[in-house]
Design a protein around this ligand. Sequence first.
Ligand SMILES: [Zn+2]
Length: 200
Amino acid sequence: MKCLYCGKFVEKQTLRSVLLKSDSLCPECRKGLKVQRKIIDLGEFKAESFFDYDSLFRSILLQYKECHDEALKDVFLYDLSDYIDLRYHGYGLLFVPSSEKKRKERGFDHLEGIFSSLHLKKIDGLRMKEELCQEGKDMKERGRMMNNYIYEGGYHDKILIVDDMITTGSSLRGVYHSVCPYVKNTKVLSLAYKNNALHY
Ligand SMILES: [Zn+2]
């Protein structure tokens, strides 16, 4: 098997991958993409995050998201799906939407891909008011992101809001505010956390 990220040929599978599920990363890349579980305090709520936004994580995420390498979708939750399924049992997944433009460019929803290995049901009905894109925006634009989500997915007991990255937390705050009136119990999860980038 070839490592989907570095392309190195992997001769020996680990016992775990033979017995359980095969990993699309070679042991070196897997070692680099280490799970660093953290609880990030975003003021009104906390978010669980699994990876530090280091150069390897960033590079794999970019290859998947921006170079449209859809095959990489399963590498992120390889060690985590069972844990998330158990911890958030009964929660519906609500993905933070990308801009329409980005989604069209990619041809797939990157979050749905990553989280498709879970057994949690998906909740629809969240959209952006304006086509704002997160990357490279200044504080004013990020502030607008906070009021840029409309939720029309109805009432639910438990919702898990999911995003790939926490930078300033503005989009997660925006989504959180838009769903809160309709949901009894809201939890927040992000794949990664970019250190020292939080602004209140
Ligand atoms: Zn590799």
